[in-house]
Design a binder for this molecule. Structure first.
Ligand SMILES: [Fe+2]
Length: 226
């Protein structure tokens, strides 16, 4: 009873949710056109937790066997030995080009006075962190697989959004590389799941990880306000 034979229904359901989230992202981007720098600041938190998720997977579960893939991905996140290629450094280059093109982000008007405009991005990041640190391994890997699976299309949506708004004035390399590299990472994490899921219980755990990221990712995008 391996993942390969019983996981197909799970993947079909996942593809449905993925299409759903792509639409949620499109709607959020329409709202964000009024306040593009604030979205860029929120995304800094949303995507900024990712290297920490990989680090936690390694710290909690080790790197033996196929798990080495996680350490290799983390090395890429850190720039592969070149600090200027660190993905967070790359993201900050995008953010500063967005600020010089559009000005500073403003606090969304719908927020209550004194409210934290980043509260949902922070809460979603914390939720993801607790999934990978305190849940069974298939749940943790399933969660990261869910993020990787949606990343290439999501990155392309965001890239096209900013390109249309700011054109060549924006440094969009962060999105360019993830549109391509996360296709490969998705396949790597799928392989990892196939290797780890051996029992119906493992499959249930993996499914829960995927579902949790669908809910948290959607929650982030729904919270985007003009
Ligand atoms: Fe990255």
């Amino acid at each position: 009873m391996a993942y390969e034979t019983i996981g197909l229904g799970m993947e079909m359901a996942l593809l449905d949710t993925t299409v759903h989230i792509h639409r949620v992202v499109d709607d959020a981007l329409k709202r964000a056109a009024e306040n593009p720098v604030h979205l860029a600041e929120q995304l800094r938190i949303h995507y900024g937790v990712f290297p920490g998720l990989l680090r936690t997977l390694i710290d909690v579960h080790g790197t033996e066997g196929k798990r080495q893939i996680i350490a290799d991905n983390l090395h890429e996140e850190d720039g592969g030995g070149d600090g200027s290629r660190d993905h967070r450094v790359m993201y900050d280059r995008f953010l500063s080009s967005a600020r010089s093109t559009f000005g500073e982000g403003r606090i969304p008007s719908a927020l209550p006075e004194g409210g934290n405009p980043f509260s949902m991005a922070i809460a979603v990041g914390n939720a993801m962190q607790s999934v990978v640190s305190s849940q069974p391994y298939p749940t943790a890997v399933g969660a990261v697989y869910g993020l990787e699976l949606r990343a290439p299309h999501q990155m392309e949506q965001i890239r096209n959004f900013y390109h249309k708004l700011g054109g060549s004035a924006l440094d969009l390399e962060f999105f360019d590389i993830h549109m391509v590299d996360d296709v490969e990472h998705t396949e790597q994490f799928r392989e990892l799941l196939v290797a780890e899921v051996r029992t119906p219980r493992d499959l249930f755990d993996a499914q829960r990880g995927l579902d949790l990221t669908v809910v948290t990712d959607q929650q982030f995008w729904l919270s985007v306000q003009a």
